[in-house]
Each structure stands twice: as C-alpha cells, then as structure tokens.
Design a protein around this ligand. Structure first.
Ligand code: ZN
Ligand code: ZN
Length: 282
C-alpha cells in the first residue's frame, strides 16, 4: 500500500485535516454573508435587513408549557387547552423564531455545512428565551444527542454546537454526556403523530453518572428545530428519570401548523424595534 494512498488511514486523516484548514482559510478570506440569503453583510453573524425582517420572533403571549402562541397576554402563566388535557413531559418549550424559509436555511446550513458561525448566530437569538426560562434552580444545557452512527457519519452534532455557543455567550454550563441516543431512528417527517411517538420511544437513556449531575438542576434540552416535538418529548421523558428539578426544551425554530402561521397571531412579532436596534448595533 503506497504511503498516503486512499487505503491509508493516516493519509486519509491528513487529507481531511487539510480540507478543514483550506475551508477555514476560505471562510476567513471571503466577505461575511447573510446566513439567510448569501448577500454580503458587515458581520458573519448578521442577517441582511430583508431576512431579518422576515423572521418571526416568538416573544409574545404563549402557553407556558408548549409555547404555542396565544391571542392575548393574560396575567400569570397560561396553559393551552391541549396541554391541560395532556401535559407534555417538559416544563416549557420556547424557541427563538418560527420556522420559515430563513430559519430553515440557517438550520440546514449548520446541519449539513458545519457553519459554526451559524451556531453562534442561533445561540445569540436563543439566549433571550433561555434567560426567561432561567429561574430558581441552576440550569444545565443538554443538547439532544445523535446516535453514534449518525455522529460518526456527520462528524458533529449540530445541537451540541449550539449548546457550546450558548455556554460561551451566557456562562450557563452544558453537559454532552448526560443523555444518550441508544436507538438509531428513521426520519420522522411524513409520519403521523402516533407513529412518530412509537419511532422515538426508548431512543434515549441517561449517561453514566447522570443522576449525580442532574439532581436539583433545571435541565434545558437544546435542539435546532422543534417540529412535531416527538423527539423532544422522548428526550424529556428520559431526563425526567434523572431526578432533575425541571426539564425544558429550547430550540432555534418552531414549526407551527400552516393555519397558525397565516393567522394574525404573529403580528406582534413582525416588527420588534428592540431587537432591530440590537441587530443594528451588533
Ligand atoms: Zn439575507
Ligand atoms: Zn400548551
């Protein structure tokens, strides 16, 4: 076998390392681009005005458990009818933005392109809902884990990258080994609710020493997209067995039914001058 040949693992690793270095240099050499549409912008972690204004920020009145938007702010925590009838296994499930074309592009570019700048950007916008979740108990961030086969083929876990960035930004610690994915599951897209729950049932388990690390803490699951919620519910059920004081689920983007997205319930979020100022001043 020739040195550095295709079958030589050290040659393959060197090739991979070289590609990583080239990629990093290219990232630095090119002008920063809007993560939503690719337009050249001032800073890598900044949307262009058009993409920014198309995002729907989820900071209006919402169910205290599942975060589905509610028509009007009422005093105290309010729970929606669905959560009253069947409480979810988490104590809160906020997201930074509603899932739409721009939120989707950012999530996909992180997931398939390992754009760490995108993880940072997502974390910046998730820090606000995380701050609202933080309460009496000390918080520990728990990224939704990938099964080891998928981690091996993709090379990284996008939820873990976001959790790392949240820790850098807020100082709130994360734990990558508290929760394990012990079952490789097929994609949930296109499956009915009951089938989704069946697919992810038993997919998660607590890691070694999880109970000691979780006791008395508020565990906050971190994920990129909260779609049907079946994965987050299964993960939260596993975390409940750790002895944690509370379990929540924080995500970058939340998928809502089309009917809700086209209603005027999101009008409050279309123009948020506070956040616009934050963006303009970096
Ligand atoms: Zn843009
Ligand atoms: Zn609810």
């Amino acid at each position: 076998m020739g040195e550095g040949g295709a079958d030589d693992p050290s040659g393959w690793q060197a090739d991979r390392a070289l590609r990583h270095i080239v990629r990093t240099i290219v990232d630095y050499a090119l002008p920063p681009r809007c993560p939503g549409c690719g337009l050249v912008v001032d800073d890598d972690r900044q949307f262009c005005l058009s993409c920014w204004s198309s995002l729907t920020f989820l900071d209006g009145p919402a169910c205290s458990l599942c975060s589905i938007p509610l028509p009007a702010a009422l005093p105290g925590p309010v729970t929606c009818g669905a959560c009253l009838a069947a409480p979810p296994p988490f104590d809160g499930a906020p997201s930074a933005v509603a899932y739409g074309p721009v939120a989707r592009t950012v999530a996909l570019r992180l997931k398939y392109g390992r754009r760490v700048g995108h993880a940072r950007l997502m974390a910046q916008l998730m820090a606000r809902p995380l701050g609202k979740l933080a309460d009496a108990e000390p918080v520990l961030l728990v990224p939704v884990p990938l099964h080891r086969w998928r981690l091996w083929s993709r090379g990284f876990n996008q939820a873990a990258l976001v959790a790392d960035e949240l820790t850098r930004l807020t100082g709130i610690p994360h734990d990558h080994d508290l929760l394990l994915r012990i079952k490789a599951t097929k994609a949930l897209r296109g499956q009915g609710r009951r089938e989704r729950e069946r697919i992810v049932a038993g997919a998660f388990a607590l890691g070694n020493g999880a109970k000691e690390r979780a006791a008395g803490r508020h565990l906050v699951l971190i994920d990129d997209v909260h779609a049907s919620g079946a994965t987050l519910r299964a993960a939260a059920r596993a975390l409940r067995r750790s002895g944690a004081a509370r379990v929540s689920a924080l995500s970058w983007a939340r998928v809502f039914p089309d009917a809700l997205m086209t209603s005027n319930i999101f009008d409050f979020a279309r123009v948020d001058s506070d956040m616009m100022d934050e963006r303009m001043t970096g």
